[in-house]
Ligand binder design. Structure first.
Ligand SMILES: [Zn+2]
Length: 450
């Protein structure tokens, strides 16, 4: 990017005929003082002495908050890293990300490991970056210190995670971790697939997607979620279901919410935009766990978003090197890269289904910010950080993997035509991405509000 950074103490006015605010989309002038939104005024308001930007009909969204990113740094930096991940995120309109505790070495399971990761991330972060801790069988005593050190909550698995250094919890360990975390008011976020259902499912290696899908049945998710809800109900614990794929689980989640169980749910761009029917044989860039399911299941997920059973949409960006995406679905690495593409992918399908950019802002910014307790993020309103994604929602582009800033250009979206071009991204009043250019790292490390 060629232009110089604005002084952050100068006033700035960003005008657009379409600013997405919590009260709806309207023509507005967003006044930024330093790093913070000071006011949202009528479009033609006079703000003497301020620097002016007019985006015309391009839409001003709150900067996206992606609470589910595997950055893998340090330790598996050939898969991704804070430099590449946060550049890709900035190019995709994301201004805040939370890093998952596994696939890096070390995993974020002790305060010492957290400090190691923070030190690695600090000089590379192009956007604001925080950390989830991990709950594994041997670290119950580390959970409270991690929480006090600033992690936003704790991730656990109920079935093998894919890496040996991050083991899953059995039901007894789950109950113990959930009770410990509930004891200090924390949040447990869960990869919910039941190991019993997975081990009794048919397993066949090879390039056929149908065989892989059969090996990760909906019942594995449904059963795991049912069990989680029962624990949360009994312990009055706060839980979050990660990457929901099975639409069959929606009625029991909706019922739990109605009963006052403190459960929230996310789904991901790939479950909402890709279907099992279209995955070519051997195309393991489409492999993730739980898996992309059938088109009818996808309709159920959209209904769950529309009625609020699903709270948020976050990427679960989980990249790897090309060689790990072998054509065998049983042995290929499971994970889909989408950090830079989540907004246009979801918007393309959302607009086709009659949803608006207000919905997108709620699902991809406000709700994930609320999940993590990020009270300064997630909305274009006075007092929040001046984080914005400026989007031309009507412009289309064809996904060219070579144009992605991810460390590896493997993507399930290659060749797709998507709506929604991110024209610029703003972090705390600074333009950090602009028409393909990226500014120097200006991200901050975030810790849970205390
Ligand atoms: Zn994940």
């Amino acid at each position: 990017m060629s232009d110089t950074q604005p002084e952050t103490d100068a006033k700035l006015v960003l005008r657009s005929t379409r600013v997405v605010t919590p009260e709806g989309t309207r023509a507005a002038a967003v006044v930024v003082a330093g790093e913070v939104i000071e006011a949202v005024l009528p479009y033609d308001a006079d703000v003497p002495g301020a620097r002016e930007e007019d985006f015309g009909d391009d839409v001003v969204l709150p900067g996206l908050v992606d609470t589910h990113v595997h950055v893998n740094d340090p330790g598996r930096t050939e898969w991704e890293g804070f430099w590449t991940a946060t550049r890709a995120a900035a190019a995709g309109g994301i201004t805040t990300l939370l890093d998952m505790p596994l696939n890096s070495l070390p995993p974020t399971t002790t305060v010492g490991h957290l400090r190691t990761k923070q030190a690695v991330a600090a000089p590379k972060a192009h956007i604001d970056t925080g950390f989830w801790g991990g709950a594994v069988p041997a670290n119950t005593k580390d959970l409270r210190p991690l929480y006090e050190a600033g992690v936003f909550g704790f991730k656990c698995f109920l079935s093998p995670s894919g890496v040996d250094e991050f083991p899953e919890l059995d039901q007894e360990q789950l109950a113990r971790a959930m009770a410990e975390i509930a004891g200090f008011g924390g949040l447990l976020i869960v990869h919910a697939e039941d190991p019993g259902h997975l081990s009794s499912a048919p397993r066949r290696s090879g390039p056929a997607y149908a065989d892989f899908l059969a090996s990760r049945p909906r019942d594995a998710e449904n059963t795991a979620i049912e069990g989680l809800i029962a624990h949360a109900r009994r312990l009055d614990a706060r839980i979050h279901v990660l990457h929901l794929s099975s639409g069959d689980a929606l009625p029991l989640i909706a019922a739990a919410k109605r009963d006052g169980v403190r459960v929230t749910v996310e789904s991901c761009p790939h479950f909402l935009t890709l279907t099992a029917e279209e995955v070519p044989d051997g195309a393991t860039e489409f492999k993730c766990c739980p898996p992309i399911r059938e088109a009818a299941n996808q309709d159920a997920l959209w209904a769950g978003l529309a009625d609020g059973t699903i709270d948020c949409v976050v990427s679960d960006h989980s990249p790897c090197t090309t060689d790990l995406k072998t054509p065998d679905f049983a042995s290929a690495w499971g994970g889909i890269s989408s950090l830079q593409l989540g907004l246009p992918a979801v918007w393309t399908e959302a607009r086709r289904r009659g949803h608006t950019l207000d919905d997108i802002a709620r699902w991809m910014s406000a709700a994930p910010a609320a999940l993590a307790g990020l009270t300064r993020k997630g909305a274009v309103e006075p007092g929040r950080d001046a984080d914005f994604a400026v989007l031309d929602p009507d412009a289309a582009f064809t996904v060219d993997p070579a144009a992605l800033h991810h460390r590896n250009q493997v993507t399930a979206y290659a060749g797709r035509t998507l709506y929604g071009v991110v024209r610029s991204t703003w972090l705390r009043g600074r333009r950090i991405a602009d028409g393909g250019g990226l500014a120097a790292p200006a991200g901050r490390l975030l810790e849970r509000d205390r």
